[in-house]
Design a protein around this ligand. Structure first.
Ligand code: GAL
Length: 825
């Protein structure tokens, strides 16, 4: 993130508690502006005025997503999560800025408001942003009353069906108050590239905008310093600058870094660039930017190269919601999502279909995940009745330019996507819009190629849209890959959206069927059921990627299950007003290998078996089939080893070799017909059921290197609480995700348990959400109780701003209670 003067952050933070007492010589800073807001749903007259009485309004801290508070209701569209994502609401905040700041520049920066926001300061309208995914800054300087109370009021008015998925609603990203001296680096004011990179030396080019906001000439000194990951100075440059009255200047520097450490997927090394502006000897501005030194290149025959080494993109598409936390951004929740993705073997993310939170890009920089930063799901032609098309003409240029300016210093970003499955593919003139957007991207950043995800190949190629961008993404047409390569020599291609298989964690339907069940509203985790008509099992994509090595890789739909778009239930049409509630209460998607809570489904291991090298083996289904003794149960194993041996109740069922296709289905039909997965990636046995155990052993070069065992569970008796971290930061934001398992006395998961678990949290933290990953559950995410779904649920606790212990207790009728402690530091 580009933040100012972090060294003053602690000091300035006090500002948000006691404005009048702010006591620092520094007349500048970015201050978190998240606390003590007032919130009210509805549209009361005069709510923008300072004098408006908001004393009875709810008090809350940002980021805030009112929609996740629910309740779920059939009157809302399941397509957007069955939650109140539309309506009007107001946020207000009273604040005072000390008189000594008179003469400084005051602004408020929002990382994103969902959506149609209008901003007022002391009753005056000062800014707006229809697009919920882009942040913006509003200059408050002319309106601030120093030393007196000011009131900022924000009207937020998202419409129904503004999106094809759950968007969240409200001021759902972070907010900052900025106090700048008249001369400063403005928002997104640096552009850092590395025109030359070798092992000996990197040339870092830094284009810094310096703004003089007042009607008076200025002379300042600007110093740019590059720090390594240990904050040690590696290079620096200083120069004097003369600024005209009310002007902006771009200062270009080229600074050499000797023996640079590269930013890479395995070793995501980050430098920091610090820009300081001094007037005489007084520091008047400081601005921090991220720097990663790496090279990227793309080749139509050889694929993608990072630091001159080929990398196959094992990617996922992700929407922005954080499951039970909704859309309200949280750094740790974002980091956890991507750590789970990395553990599956993911090295790439497509931010479908809109600009992500700044936190997501920070996480990808830090973890070493390359990113396609995507701008739009719609241009001028709508997909939903209140979609972005309404704003496109007026706002697309500003939104797209801002996205690139905001994001272009992130080493993780490798492409700019101008759109997903844009309807203009079918239009004769659609290419003109594509060209215009493509040109904007190149104008703002000349170091990365553009892309888009196409689903209408006929249209996109015939109408020449596909030829306007640098790299062509293909959605869901694996059997057209080879022909597309042949017909377009020189074109760089990849699978921008693949598979769209659906399943429910821990649900297995026997005999194996190829349809999603209407009775249970769950999709079998044998993963032979597909989803929408264009979907196909992952195996198909594995095959075609191997057959077409010039492809850059794939971005599977989707990494995490998300709220809304309840496929394969509800509705499937892409009509503008399609009502998706036919299978209510289903209100979330089933697409991902990981459920809404972050618990892996079996398909997670299928990807892991293809995308990772550390020996692993996985076995399914569960082994509790009471009443089916003697019946044959299909057992599947996924592995990245050479062979797997299955041992049932101590007896070997023999070994199977991976990579050998024993199905006789012609490749071109696989995945598009019922049950057409391939045995190449999945080993299977038919096992007559007897209670006991299933054990799989993975062999590499004849040696046993991985194993997994599941046992028939006995009576439910315990609640196992497993936190992802037992120690978290006492910053009022950090989270511990506690996995809750219903087990027997020996610790075996009860595979179908649906016991309701009650939680209580004491000490220096609070409960923020519960979840169970069931897309058909209407239980509130904000309750203190939830039913287990197929044996599991989740409770999320947040630290307070004090060090100590958080004690989490879980109780459930008929089970032993449990307690754990999470420490905060
Ligand atoms: C694609 C679309 C995605 C999602 C997906 C579901 O066509 O781009 O946003 O709807 O289908 O399979």
């Amino acid at each position: 993130m580009m933040l100012r003067n972090s060294f003053l952050f602690i000091l300035l933070l006090q500002f948000s508690f006691s404005f009048a007492q702010l006591n620092t010589e520094a007349a500048y800073g970015d201050i978190s502006f998240n606390t003590d807001w007032r919130f009210q749903k509805g549209d009361p007259a005069g709510a923008e005025k300072s004098s408006f009485n908001d004393a009875a309004w709810r008090q809350l801290d940002l980021p805030h997503d009112w929609a996740i508070e629910g309740p779920f209701d059939k009157k809302y569209n399941a397509r957007t999560g069955g939650l109140p994502v539309h309506g009007t609401a107001w946020y207000r905040k009273h604040f005072t800025i000390d008189k000594k700041y008179a003469g400084q520049q005051i602004a408020i920066a929002f990382d994103g408001i969902m959506n149609n926001s209008k901003v007022y300061i002391n009753g005056t309208f000062v800014g707006e942003r229809p697009f919920g995914y882009m942040g913006f800054e509003v200059d408050l300087t002319p309106y601030i009353k120093f030393g007196e109370e000011n009131v900022i009021s924000i009207r937020v008015a998202p419409e129904d069906l503004a999106s094809r998925w759950y968007s969240g609603a409200g001021i759902y990203r972070n907010t900052y108050l900025k106090i700048n001296s008249p001369v400063h680096v403005p928002q997104w004011g640096t552009y850092i590239t590395t025109p030359e990179v070798s092992d000996q030396k990197a040339i870092v080019k830094i284009e810094t905008t310096v703004k003089n906001a007042v009607d008076k000439k200025a002379r300042v000194t600007m110093t740019t310093t590059i720090l390594d990951a240990h904050k040690k100075e590696v290079a620096s440059n200083s120069q004097k600058i003369k600024l005209d009255k009310s002007s902006e200047q771009v200062v270009i520097e080229e600074i050499a870094v000797n023996s640079p450490t590269r930013w890479d997927i395995e070793h995501p090394y980050l430098y920091e660039v610090v820009t300081q502006i001094k007037k005489g000897n007084t520091l008047i501005d400081e601005y921090h930017s991220t720097l990663g030194i790496r090279t990227i290149s793309f080749d139509a025959k050889k694929g993608f190269f990072l630091n001159e080494k080929p990398v196959e993109l094992n990617g996922v598409c992700m929407h922005h919601d954080l499951g039970p936390l909704g859309a309200a951004v949280n750094y740790r929740a974002t980091e956890r999502q991507m750590q789970i993705m990395q553990s599956m073997g993911v090295n790439a993310l497509r931010t479908s279909h809109n600009p992500p939170s700044p936190e997501m890009l920070e996480v990808c920089d830090k973890l070493g995940i390359v990113v396609i930063d995507e701008a739009f799901d719609e241009w001028k032609i709508p997909k939903v009745i209140n979609g972005y098309n309404k704003f496109f003409d007026e706002w697309h240029e500003r939104d797209l330019r801002d996205m690139i300016k905001r994001d272009r210093n992130h080493p993780s970003i490798i492409m700019w996507s101008i759109g997903n499955e844009i309807i203009e593919q079918r239009e004769k003139d659609g290419w003109k819009v594509a060209k215009m957007l493509n040109d904007i991207c190149h104008d703002e950043d000349h170091t990365r190629p553009t892309t888009a995800g196409f689903n209408n190949y006929g249209g996109a190629f015939k109408n020449k849209l596909a030829y306007q961008i640098d790299i062509v993404g293909l959605n869901y047409k694996p059997y057209d890959y080879a022909a597309t390569i042949k017909e377009n020599p020189g074109m760089i291609l990849y699978g921008s959206e693949t598979s769209s298989q659906t399943s429910s964690r821990g649900s297995y339907h026997l005999p194996i069927t190829y349809d999603h069940q209407k009775e249970t509203l769950q999709v079998s985790s044998y993963d032979v059921t597909v989803g929408p008509p264009w979907a196909y099992p992952p195996d198909v994509e594995f095959d075609v990627q191997a057959e077409n090595p010039s492809f850059l890789g794939e971005f599977m739909w989707t990494g995490f299950d998300y709220l809304g778009e309840p496929t394969p239930y509800g509705g499937r049409d892409n009509s503008t007003d399609g009502y998706w509630n036919a299978d209510w209460p289903v209100h979330a998607s089933y697409f991902a290998p990981v459920d809404l809570c972050g618990f892996p489904k079996d398909r997670y291991y299928l990807y892991q078996s293809q995308w990772t090298t550390k020996p692993m083996v996985h076995v399914l289904p569960h082994w509790n089939w009471e009443g089916k003794e003697g019946e044959e149960i299909p057992v599947f194993a996924y592995t990245n080893c050479d062979e797997v041996e299955l041992i049932v109740n101590g007896k070997s069922m023999g070994r199977k070799v991976k990579g050998v296709d024993t199905t006789d289905i012609p490749a071109e039909f696989r995945g598009f017909e019922k049950g057409m997965y391939t045995s190449k990636y999945r080993l299977s046995w038919n096992v007559p059921y007897q209670p006991g155990s299933l054990k799989v052993i993975g062999y590499k070069d004849g040696k046993a290197v991985a194993e997994k065992t599941i046992k028939t569970a006995k009576k439910a008796s315990n609640i196992r609480l497993t936190p992802d971290r037992t120690e978290i930061t006492a910053d009022g934001k950090d989270l511990s995700f506690i996995e809750v398992d219903i087990t027997d006395a020996d610790g075996n998961l009860i595979p179908l348990a649906d016991n309701q678990v009650h939680f209580s949290v004491e000490g220096v933290g609070s409960l923020v959400a519960v979840g169970n990953g069931n897309p058909a559950s209407l239980e509130s995410f904000q309750d203190t109780k939830i039913k287990a779904f197929n044996g599991k649920c989740l409770v999320i606790v947040k630290s307070a701003k004090a060090a100590g212990n958080i004690t989490i207790s879980a109780t459930s009728k008929g089970l032993e209670s449990s307690k754990i402690i999470v420490r905060t530091k």
